[in-house]
Design a protein around this ligand. Structure first.
Ligand SMILES: [Ca+2]
Ligand SMILES: [Ca+2]
Ligand SMILES: [Ca+2]
Length: 310
């Protein structure tokens, strides 16, 4: 909720609604903090906890709204939830608050290791006065909250979470990757073309289309980003130097949607004509040692000794 009615020229009632998606009470103030715009830490009071399967609301203080009564907050949104300050409504210092005219991101991070627990982003198109930007559960293997198509269109609902927000978006809206691998390739740059459908849902940021590849002997995939070449077409090139084994495995990935492929590689045959004309066929760097000086001294009578300054 980045844009609300103003007081002294600033948004008076910005808030962040946080839902406890577990069956246990979460000690939010002790264990977590907000990280806004990839630089600003917003620290909640340490006593704040969130009951199981329940939301609480953080009312963002910005330097001009500290003295406003919580009843004004509730009145501003005509809140249907039973909001009580200190129970499910808490003030938090948010410096200047949330931007209305720029893309922003807010994360919840762990106090223990600063890891990102969940992340919610919006663009200025989603910001509308007193309208809520609502999210639903991240896709599998992601911490990014998914914007609902209604983001910024409906009156805000502080303290109320819809069932739809607690389920993942349906399969029909997930990206679809269409790619036909060639059976066998020669050792040269390998261009990969793919069609990716449902990439842009018109609400959420367009995710990267990634190409990952490795030979069977390699432990890790190399990842490159596929570039858009018009419409739903994406392309990337696997360099020839990567084709060092008779098989290459690769994947195309968009968020949690992954398709796997492999191609056979015509590795060059050995050619006797290209061998060097000379070959080093053996080296012996260590052998039996020669005897010391004694045998030479025995024959010293055969030599005349001449001082070197003559
Ligand atoms: Ca604002
Ligand atoms: Ca405003
Ligand atoms: Ca809500």
């Amino acid at each position: 909720m980045p844009d609300t009615d103003n007081v002294s020229g600033s948004d008076a009632y910005e808030y962040v609604e946080v839902y406890n998606n577990t069956d246990k009470t979460i000690q939010f103030g002790q264990d977590y903090y907000f990280y806004y715009n990839n630089k600003d830490k917003w620290t909640p009071a340490s006593s704040i906890s969130i009951p199981a399967r329940s939301p609480i609301v953080f009312w963002i203080m910005n330097g001009v709204n500290e003295t406003i009564d919580e009843r004004d907050f509730i009145r501003n949104f005509n809140a249907a939830a039973d909001l009580v300050e200190g129970v499910n409504l808490f003030r938090i210092n948010g410096n200047g608050g949330m931007a209305n005219t720029a893309s922003r991101n807010i994360q919840i991070r762990s106090v223990v290791d600063n890891s990102v627990i969940v992340s919610a982003s919006y663009d200025k198109e989603h910001v509308s006065v007193n309208k809520g930007i609502e999210y639903q559960l991240p896709d599998t293997n992601s911490t990014d909250m998914v914007l609902l198509p209604t983001a910024g269109k409906n009156p805000a609902t502080p303290g109320i979470v819809q069932d739809e927000q607690l389920t993942q978006r349906s399969q029909g809206t997930l990206p679809e990757i269409i790619h036909s691998p060639v059976g066998t390739v020669n050792v040269k740059d390998l261009e990969i073309l793919a069609i990716v459908k449902n990439l842009n849902d018109g609400v959420n940021p367009i995710p990267e289309v990634q190409l990952l590849y490795k030979t069977p002997a390699q432990a890790r995939y190399t990842m490159i980003t596929m570039s858009n070449s018009g419409g739903e077409q994406y392309r990337a090139t696997i360099p020839a130097v990567a084709l060092v084994e008779s098989k290459l495995d690769y994947k195309i990935r968009v968020r949690s949607t992954v398709e796997s492929y492999s191609v056979n590689v015509n590795t060059p045959e050995f050619n006797a004509d290209q061998a060097p004309q000379l070959l080093v066929t053996e080296l012996v760097p260590n052998s039996t040692n020669v005897p010391g000086l004694l045998p030479m001294l025995m024959n010293l009578s055969k030599y005349i000794i001449i001082p070197i300054n003559q």
